[in-house]
Design a protein around this ligand. Structure first.
Ligand code: TMP
Length: 212
């Protein structure tokens, strides 16, 4: 009997206003149309308790340690309840944000530094990293312009320019350090151009996953 192949774990990251969420649903549809068994989820959130924590995280004021621990509280529930069982069953998981966001936002944006977050990562998911992370990168002015066109802003979207710049810098540094996992998307490009590049990468991932 052939052994079941683990599903791939794909994540989307970027500062607020980078436009990544537009591409998440599209990617899932593309994978489904290629016959991949896939689920779509998000952080913070993805479970009943995680979605409640998301409400608090996005709208209640709180200290940085509380914010960081709640991000990981939501994450550990998400991993144990949804992500890990899916991957083990051979299902692919597309997740809108994961631990890279905590390094970038709490570590960089809020200036907590990276070591505490690395400790929490070691505790919660020592052996799991995304197989591919698309980092949607945009300059400040464009992100601001896009955010100004959107609905009411949450606690993170209301942050100052310096917060945005620190968050973006950590994302880009991680992408450079872990280049085998990250794919940086120039999110100033048109939706069509971005989709063209994503299509090629998805085709390659699906082809690789089917090789014996
Ligand atoms: P979203 O708007 O992309 O759904 O993300 C919700 C917000 O939560 C976004 O502003 C980034 C923030 N966030 C963190 O600060 N740390 C994290 O670990 C995660 C997952 C999200």
């Amino acid at each position: 009997m052939s052994q079941l192949k683990r599903g791939l774990f794909l994540t989307f990251e970027g500062v607020d206003g980078a436009g990544k969420s537009t591409h998440v649903g599209w990617t899932v549809e593309q994978l489904k149309s290629r016959g991949v068994n896939v689920i779509s989820t998000r952080e913070p959130g993805g479970t009943a308790v995680g979605e409640k924590l998301r409400e608090l995280l996005l709208h209640e004021s709180m200290g940085l340690e509380c914010e960081t621990l709640l991000m990981f509280a939501a994450r550990v529930q998400h991993l144990r309840e949804i992500i890990e069982p899916a991957l083990e069953a051979g299902t692919w998981v597309v997740c809108d944000r994961f631990t890279d966001a905590t390094f970038a936002y709490q570590g960089g944006g809020r200036e907590m530094g990276l070591s505490r977050i690395a400790e929490l990562e070691q505790w919660v998911h020592p052996h799991l990293q995304p197989d591919r992370t698309w980092l949607f990168d945009v300059p400040l002015e464009i992100a601001r312009e896009r955010l100004d066109r959107t609905r009411e802003k949450d606690r993170f979207e209301r942050e100052a320019d310096a917060f945005f710049l620190r968050t973006r810098a950590v994302y880009l540094a991680r992408a450079a350090q872990q280049a085998q996992r990250f794919s940086v998307v120039d999110a100033t490009a048109s939706i069509q151009e971005i989709r063209q590049s994503l299509t090629q990468q998805l085709d390659a991932l699906v082809a690789q996953s089917r090789q014996v």
